[in-house]
Design a protein. Structure first.
Length: 232
Protein backbone atom coordinates (compact mmCIF):
# COMPACT_ATOMS: atom_id res chain seq x y z
CA UNK A 1 0.00 0.00 0.00
CA UNK A 2 1.29 3.46 -0.93
CA UNK A 3 0.35 6.83 0.56
CA UNK A 4 0.39 9.74 -1.87
CA UNK A 5 0.17 13.29 -0.57
CA UNK A 6 -0.75 15.95 -3.12
CA UNK A 7 -1.08 19.67 -2.49
CA UNK A 8 -2.93 21.87 -4.97
CA UNK A 9 -5.82 21.52 -7.36
CA UNK A 10 -6.70 21.25 -11.03
CA UNK A 11 -4.66 19.02 -13.37
CA UNK A 12 -2.06 18.22 -10.71
CA UNK A 13 -4.70 17.00 -8.28
CA UNK A 14 -6.30 14.81 -10.97
CA UNK A 15 -2.90 13.37 -11.84
CA UNK A 16 -2.23 12.49 -8.20
CA UNK A 17 -5.66 10.90 -7.85
CA UNK A 18 -5.02 8.71 -10.90
CA UNK A 19 -1.60 7.74 -9.49
CA UNK A 20 -3.16 6.89 -6.14
CA UNK A 21 -5.75 4.66 -7.78
CA UNK A 22 -3.04 2.95 -9.82
CA UNK A 23 -0.83 2.16 -6.83
CA UNK A 24 -3.69 1.02 -4.65
CA UNK A 25 -4.85 -1.63 -7.13
CA UNK A 26 -3.95 -5.20 -6.30
CA UNK A 27 -1.13 -6.53 -8.46
CA UNK A 28 -0.67 -10.18 -9.34
CA UNK A 29 2.28 -11.89 -7.71
CA UNK A 30 5.13 -12.67 -10.13
CA UNK A 31 5.50 -16.32 -11.05
CA UNK A 32 8.95 -17.15 -9.76
CA UNK A 33 8.52 -20.83 -8.98
CA UNK A 34 11.17 -23.13 -10.39
CA UNK A 35 8.88 -24.71 -12.99
CA UNK A 36 7.79 -21.36 -14.41
CA UNK A 37 11.35 -20.10 -14.96
CA UNK A 38 12.80 -23.20 -16.62
CA UNK A 39 14.60 -22.33 -19.84
CA UNK A 40 14.91 -18.58 -19.35
CA UNK A 41 18.72 -18.84 -19.23
CA UNK A 42 19.18 -21.42 -21.99
CA UNK A 43 22.52 -20.99 -23.78
CA UNK A 44 23.73 -18.58 -21.07
CA UNK A 45 26.84 -18.88 -18.92
CA UNK A 46 26.78 -17.81 -15.27
CA UNK A 47 29.71 -17.38 -12.90
CA UNK A 48 28.99 -17.53 -9.16
CA UNK A 49 31.65 -16.81 -6.54
CA UNK A 50 31.37 -18.46 -3.14
CA UNK A 51 29.08 -20.92 -4.88
CA UNK A 52 29.65 -23.95 -2.66
CA UNK A 53 27.45 -22.76 0.21
CA UNK A 54 24.73 -20.45 1.43
CA UNK A 55 22.85 -18.02 -0.79
CA UNK A 56 25.44 -18.46 -3.53
CA UNK A 57 24.80 -22.19 -3.70
CA UNK A 58 21.11 -21.39 -4.07
CA UNK A 59 22.03 -19.11 -6.99
CA UNK A 60 23.95 -21.97 -8.61
CA UNK A 61 20.95 -24.26 -8.27
CA UNK A 62 18.52 -21.72 -9.67
CA UNK A 63 20.68 -20.87 -12.67
CA UNK A 64 20.96 -24.58 -13.47
CA UNK A 65 17.22 -25.05 -13.04
CA UNK A 66 16.65 -22.20 -15.47
CA UNK A 67 18.93 -23.62 -18.16
CA UNK A 68 22.28 -21.89 -17.68
CA UNK A 69 25.71 -23.45 -17.71
CA UNK A 70 27.26 -22.57 -14.35
CA UNK A 71 30.84 -22.13 -13.22
CA UNK A 72 31.09 -21.66 -9.48
CA UNK A 73 34.16 -20.56 -7.58
CA UNK A 74 34.94 -21.23 -3.94
CA UNK A 75 37.96 -21.37 -1.68
CA UNK A 76 36.50 -24.40 0.14
CA UNK A 77 37.80 -27.16 -2.10
CA UNK A 78 36.08 -30.05 -0.32
CA UNK A 79 32.62 -28.45 -0.48
CA UNK A 80 33.20 -27.30 -4.04
CA UNK A 81 34.19 -30.71 -5.35
CA UNK A 82 31.35 -32.40 -3.49
CA UNK A 83 28.78 -30.03 -4.96
CA UNK A 84 30.23 -30.40 -8.45
CA UNK A 85 30.00 -34.18 -8.16
CA UNK A 86 26.38 -33.99 -6.99
CA UNK A 87 25.34 -31.64 -9.78
CA UNK A 88 27.11 -33.55 -12.53
CA UNK A 89 25.55 -36.72 -11.17
CA UNK A 90 22.19 -35.12 -11.91
CA UNK A 91 23.29 -34.41 -15.48
CA UNK A 92 23.67 -30.67 -14.92
CA UNK A 93 26.24 -28.44 -16.64
CA UNK A 94 28.20 -27.23 -13.62
CA UNK A 95 31.93 -26.83 -13.06
CA UNK A 96 33.82 -26.02 -9.86
CA UNK A 97 36.92 -23.79 -9.73
CA UNK A 98 39.11 -23.59 -6.65
CA UNK A 99 39.74 -19.85 -6.55
CA UNK A 100 40.60 -17.26 -3.91
CA UNK A 101 38.86 -14.18 -5.32
CA UNK A 102 41.33 -11.86 -3.59
CA UNK A 103 43.93 -13.20 -6.05
CA UNK A 104 43.49 -11.30 -9.31
CA UNK A 105 45.58 -13.70 -11.36
CA UNK A 106 43.51 -16.67 -10.16
CA UNK A 107 40.30 -14.85 -11.13
CA UNK A 108 41.68 -14.04 -14.57
CA UNK A 109 42.81 -17.61 -15.17
CA UNK A 110 39.39 -18.96 -14.19
CA UNK A 111 37.57 -16.47 -16.43
CA UNK A 112 39.71 -17.42 -19.42
CA UNK A 113 39.05 -21.12 -18.87
CA UNK A 114 35.31 -20.62 -18.38
CA UNK A 115 34.99 -18.51 -21.52
CA UNK A 116 37.08 -20.93 -23.59
CA UNK A 117 34.79 -23.80 -22.62
CA UNK A 118 31.63 -21.88 -23.50
CA UNK A 119 32.21 -20.28 -26.87
CA UNK A 120 34.16 -17.26 -25.65
CA UNK A 121 31.46 -15.44 -23.70
CA UNK A 122 30.09 -15.06 -20.17
CA UNK A 123 26.64 -13.66 -19.50
CA UNK A 124 26.25 -13.28 -15.76
CA UNK A 125 28.46 -12.79 -12.72
CA UNK A 126 27.17 -13.23 -9.18
CA UNK A 127 29.69 -11.90 -6.67
CA UNK A 128 28.93 -13.60 -3.38
CA UNK A 129 32.22 -14.82 -1.91
CA UNK A 130 32.66 -13.20 1.49
CA UNK A 131 34.87 -13.14 4.55
CA UNK A 132 32.97 -12.90 7.83
CA UNK A 133 35.30 -11.18 10.27
CA UNK A 134 33.33 -9.13 12.78
CA UNK A 135 35.77 -6.79 14.52
CA UNK A 136 35.54 -3.23 15.81
CA UNK A 137 38.12 -1.46 17.98
CA UNK A 138 39.96 -4.76 18.23
CA UNK A 139 40.39 -5.15 14.46
CA UNK A 140 43.95 -5.86 13.40
CA UNK A 141 45.58 -4.84 10.14
CA UNK A 142 45.25 -8.45 9.04
CA UNK A 143 41.52 -8.43 9.83
CA UNK A 144 41.01 -5.35 7.67
CA UNK A 145 43.14 -6.61 4.80
CA UNK A 146 41.52 -10.03 4.65
CA UNK A 147 37.98 -8.66 4.86
CA UNK A 148 38.40 -5.93 2.27
CA UNK A 149 40.49 -8.07 -0.09
CA UNK A 150 37.75 -10.69 -0.29
CA UNK A 151 34.56 -8.67 0.17
CA UNK A 152 35.46 -5.67 -1.99
CA UNK A 153 38.60 -6.23 -4.06
CA UNK A 154 37.45 -9.77 -4.81
CA UNK A 155 34.27 -8.43 -6.40
CA UNK A 156 36.28 -6.03 -8.54
CA UNK A 157 38.74 -8.76 -9.51
CA UNK A 158 35.97 -11.03 -10.78
CA UNK A 159 34.22 -8.35 -12.81
CA UNK A 160 37.49 -7.16 -14.33
CA UNK A 161 38.36 -10.75 -15.23
CA UNK A 162 34.98 -11.52 -16.82
CA UNK A 163 34.33 -8.16 -18.46
CA UNK A 164 36.06 -8.91 -21.80
CA UNK A 165 33.89 -12.01 -22.23
CA UNK A 166 30.69 -10.38 -21.02
CA UNK A 167 31.00 -7.82 -23.82
CA UNK A 168 30.82 -10.70 -26.29
CA UNK A 169 27.60 -12.11 -24.84
CA UNK A 170 24.21 -11.60 -26.44
CA UNK A 171 22.89 -8.05 -25.87
CA UNK A 172 20.26 -7.96 -23.17
CA UNK A 173 21.78 -10.99 -21.44
CA UNK A 174 24.66 -9.38 -19.58
CA UNK A 175 24.50 -8.59 -15.87
CA UNK A 176 26.42 -8.47 -12.62
CA UNK A 177 24.83 -8.92 -9.20
CA UNK A 178 26.89 -8.06 -6.14
CA UNK A 179 25.75 -9.59 -2.86
CA UNK A 180 25.89 -6.80 -0.29
CA UNK A 181 24.18 -6.90 3.12
CA UNK A 182 21.61 -5.10 5.20
CA UNK A 183 24.56 -4.12 7.41
CA UNK A 184 25.86 -2.02 4.54
CA UNK A 185 22.86 0.21 5.18
CA UNK A 186 22.35 -0.21 8.95
CA UNK A 187 25.54 -0.79 10.97
CA UNK A 188 25.87 -2.89 14.11
CA UNK A 189 28.17 -2.43 17.08
CA UNK A 190 31.66 -3.91 16.99
CA UNK A 191 31.47 -4.85 13.31
CA UNK A 192 33.60 -2.23 11.61
CA UNK A 193 35.37 -4.63 9.28
CA UNK A 194 32.41 -6.51 7.82
CA UNK A 195 29.87 -3.67 7.82
CA UNK A 196 32.31 -1.22 6.22
CA UNK A 197 33.13 -3.77 3.53
CA UNK A 198 29.46 -4.19 2.65
CA UNK A 199 28.96 -0.44 2.54
CA UNK A 200 31.86 -0.35 0.09
CA UNK A 201 30.14 -3.01 -2.03
CA UNK A 202 27.12 -0.72 -2.41
CA UNK A 203 29.27 2.13 -3.71
CA UNK A 204 31.38 -0.19 -5.86
CA UNK A 205 28.16 -1.43 -7.46
CA UNK A 206 27.17 2.13 -8.39
CA UNK A 207 30.61 2.77 -9.87
CA UNK A 208 30.51 -0.45 -11.88
CA UNK A 209 27.02 0.34 -13.14
CA UNK A 210 28.17 3.70 -14.49
CA UNK A 211 31.20 2.26 -16.27
CA UNK A 212 29.71 -0.97 -17.63
CA UNK A 213 26.47 0.53 -18.94
CA UNK A 214 28.20 1.52 -22.18
CA UNK A 215 28.74 -2.19 -22.86
CA UNK A 216 25.14 -3.08 -22.12
CA UNK A 217 26.01 -4.72 -18.80
CA UNK A 218 23.61 -4.10 -15.93
CA UNK A 219 25.08 -4.01 -12.42
CA UNK A 220 22.98 -4.22 -9.27
CA UNK A 221 23.33 -5.30 -5.66
CA UNK A 222 21.07 -7.11 -3.23
CA UNK A 223 21.22 -6.68 0.54
CA UNK A 224 20.05 -9.79 2.38
CA UNK A 225 19.81 -10.12 6.14
CA UNK A 226 21.35 -13.05 8.05
CA UNK A 227 22.17 -16.09 5.91
CA UNK A 228 23.54 -19.34 7.34
CA UNK A 229 26.91 -19.46 5.56
CA UNK A 230 30.27 -20.90 6.70
CA UNK A 231 32.87 -18.32 7.69
CA UNK A 232 36.14 -17.85 5.82
Amino acid sequence: MFSIVCLGSGPMLKHCMRASMCYSMARPQPKLDANHTKGRFNSCVAVVTGGASGINRACVSRFLNDGASVAFLDIDQDSGKQLESELKGEGLDAAYYHVDVSNRDACSKAAVDIADKHGGSINYVINGAACFIFKGMDASTSDWEKTLNVNVVGYANMVQACHPYMKKAEPGCRAVVNIASITGHVPKRNRWTYDASKGAVLQLTRCMALDLAKNGIRVNSVSPAVINTPSC
